[in-house]
Design a protein around this ligand. Structure first.
Ligand code: 5GP
Length: 178
């Protein structure tokens, strides 16, 4: 693996394809054990989590369902903060064992803003799975139940994560050279 350039920035190799796959298999095994005899509903957050969600789902050894949602945030004209809009949460979460799937938890703001909407639907249980977690960037602490990799507070791309639209198709994860 060599360094790459995306737009104007240089990125260096950080996590290898086989290490990512190996870790996702472990997380899938853990989830399969924890949810044995149940049929969890995975709610994957687009766009970044599409690869992680697909691989995690493939490695499961239990019955499970999956749906995808998209969160878009923008500054409201009069409100104090960001407004989060949900696209695609068609499934009824009432009474379900829900596992929310994220690509990366950085400040925690996105999930902090969105989780009340999920909880409002009264799932039977709700757990969070994320491929990457940057604890140093935490603003809103969250209980993350399944974490692929804990990483330093540096911008990463690849394996579903983009830099300004590009880099999502990379099999490996790269870190910004600072
Ligand atoms: P949070 O709300 O936890 O700060 O950030 C969540 C979202 O910010 C992620 O779902 C992702 O879209 C984006 N994000 C945060 N850190 C990174 C990063 O290092 N690389 C990329 N590509 N996106 C990031």
């Amino acid at each position: 693996m060599t360094s790459i350039k995306i737009h104007d920035k240089e990125f260096e190799p950080y996590l290898k394809d086989e290490d990512i796959q190996q870790r996702i298999k472990e997380v899938a095994k853990q989830i399969s054990e924890d949810y044995a005899g149940k049929r969890p509903l995975f709610v994957a957050v687009l766009n970044g989590s599409f690869m992680f969600a697909a691989d995690l789902f493939k490695y499961l050894e239990i019955e499970a369902e999956i749906c995808f949602i998209k969160l878009s945030s923008y500054k409201g004209t009069q409100s104090t903060g960001k407004v989060i809009t949900t696209i695609g949460l068609d499934d009824d979460l009432f009474g379900r064992d829900v596992i929310l799937v994220e690509d990366i938890v950085d400040t925690g703001k996105t999930l902090h803003n969105f989780l009340p909407r999920l909880i409002h639907q009264q799932p039977k249980s709700l757990r969070l799975a994320t491929l990457l977690h940057k604890p140093e960037a935490t603003v809103h602490p969250l209980q993350l139940d399944y974490v692929g990799f804990v990483i330093p507070n540096k911008f990463v791309v690849g394996y579903g994560l983009d830099y300004d639209g590009l880099g999502r198709n990379l099999k490996e994860i790269y870190q910004l050279v600072s």
